[in-house]
Design a protein around this ligand. Structure first.
Ligand code: G
Ligand code: G
Ligand code: MN
Ligand code: NA
Length: 254
């Protein structure tokens, strides 16, 4: 309850910020975009992880204004980074299944794109498999409305939930983000390439782009290149960075 009250206040003050984690093209090594990750600088608790407040935000409905703030800030930043350049950076924003249930997500996204001047093809929305499993028909309709706008849709943490092949075919997803628990098993003592290889080929056969999450060493990076995964993120490439630092790696490379 205290957290809820504080979060309400945080939304009206300047306590939230986004960090940006680069997404790297595994063929060229270039940064092609960022994933926006929210951070809360609490006046007394210090930095609070989204793991500790997204759940509260979802339970209280505060995820709706919070989600709108995150989307607006991420789009504003992407537009700023693109200004005066020919860069077409992709900006990925996480959305919660609760944002599908409260109000018209596609309408909200369209408003924010218009307000910020963000080109729609630069926006990617990431969601977990829970979106595919609850209120399926209404969520499916929302996903189609988002697709009709021209937004890219990514399945986050892929492999940890229950989505079957049938679900993947039925929902208009463009990208599979391979959960880091699978990337963890590449190289080192576990040495289990089969699973990641299968997911990459599954994505490709469905016409989807694949992104590996949570790359923490050079061996994992090499294996993913060899498996012809398209993109990668992870601490080995870059941690999520405050906007100023993210702007710098964009200019200077990783
Ligand atoms: O960045 P970090 O690893 O601390 O994020 C922890 C979790 O919080 C991740 O699952 C991430 O997807 C989620 N998260 C981070 N930012 C947002 C956001 O803006 N909206 C939602 N819904 N989840 C987020
Ligand atoms: O659920 P989602 O995939 O959106 O969560 C992304 C979270 O993963 C972010 O909070 C980010 O800080 C974290 N993350 C990103 N790269 C790595 C990594 O290489 N290792 C670990 N352990 N976490 C990572
Ligand atoms: Mn994500
Ligand atoms: Na993920």
């Amino acid at each position: 309850l205290e957290l809820e009250a504080d979060l309400r206040v945080a939304l009206t003050r300047d306590e939230l910020a986004l960090h940006y984690q680069p997404t790297v093209d595994l063929r060229t090594g270039e940064i092609t975009g960022f994933e926006a990750l929210v951070r809360w600088y609490h006046p007394t608790r210090g930095m609070v992880s989204p793991l500790d407040f997204i759940g509260t935000a979802e339970a209280t409905g505060l995820i709706v204004p919070l989600g709108r703030w995150v989307l607006t800030e991420a789009c504003r930043q992407a537009v700023a980074w693109g200004a005066g350049t020919t860069r077409r950076l992709k900006m990925a924003v996480n959305v919660s299944v609760r944002q599908f249930e409260h109000g018209d997500l596609a309408a909200m996204v369209a408003e924010v794109l218009a307000e910020t001047g963000m080109p729609v093809d630069q926006l990617c929305l990431e969601m977990t498999e829970s979106v595919l499993l609850t209120d399926t028909d209404e969520n499916l309709a929302q996903l189609h409305r988002l697709k009709d706008l021209g937004v890219t849709l990514a399945m986050d943490d892929f492999g940890t939930g229950y989505s079957s092949l049938a679900y993947l075919r039925r929902f208009p997803m463009d990208t599979l983000k391979i959960d880091r628990s699978f990337v963890d098993r590449l190289g080192g003592e576990h040495e289990d390439e089969a699973l990641v290889s299968t997911i990459v080929r599954l994505g490709r056969s469905l016409g989807m782009t694949t992104v590996a999450e949570g790359i923490e060493d050079s061996v994992q990076l090499a294996v993913l290149k060899e498996l012809r995964c398209d993109y990668a993120q992870g601490y080995y490439l870059s941690r999520p960075l405050p906007a100023a630092e993210a702007g710098r790696v964009l200019e200077e490379g990783l």
